[in-house]
Design a protein around this ligand. Sequence first.
Ligand code: URA
Length: 253
Amino acid sequence: MNAEELRQQLEYYRDLGIKEVYRRPGGASGAGLPACAAEPTAQIQTTVASPAPPVALPPLAPAGETLFQILEDIGDCRRCRLHEGRNKIVFGVGDEKAPLVFVGEGPGADEDEQGIPFVGRAGQLLTQMIENTAKKEGINLKRSDVYICNVVKCRPPGNRTPEPDEMEICGQFLYRQLLAMHPKAICALGGTAARALTGRKEGVTKMRGRWFQWKDIPVMVTYHPSFLLRPYNQDAKREAWEDLKKALHFVYG
Ligand code: URA
């Protein structure tokens, strides 16, 4: 088990309310675990039951951590192969205190160039969808009032779908962003984000327009704006508008 897997497992234990873990004497040593730049937390203590040296546990996502701290922890990330072709890490944009967070799949070429999510054609459509739908529904909302990020923070080569291991490694940062912001609702854009957030395997067509959960936070699934850009997807566009309306009314009343 590598350091990130161990950290995720410990976070899972913490969510279950388990505050202490014990290391079996003679078990695998913690030596060699990479040091992590995030502030260490003592929320789960290790109790070493024998003369074995203390275990250097990777830090857990500290309660109350800020997006800035997460960004610092990401640093000049080389944790997965996606770093090889990236220009800029695309962390997220918008209001850190927003009650609504949009999650896409991963940066495209424009995003990789600028370091900002959803700034290309799909991003312009997303902005229109958010602002026009809100306006029509009598909700005063600009793109900058919500928070927008992706499952993976570096552009997959040729805009391919991120691989499961890339999503697992990078997904920990999305997990921490969502924990830090704790929005009232999340809107998953497309199948990759929907599956990453809900753990389900269905395609987006089956999941869209329905509420799921990420921890205690409701997740509305809708189509990815790139899909809606295709001219033959006009029905999907109408459906996406309906999905967004549901999310906006749930969050902003
Ligand atoms: N597609 C995504 O999923 N995210 C972006 O940031 C841009 C395009």
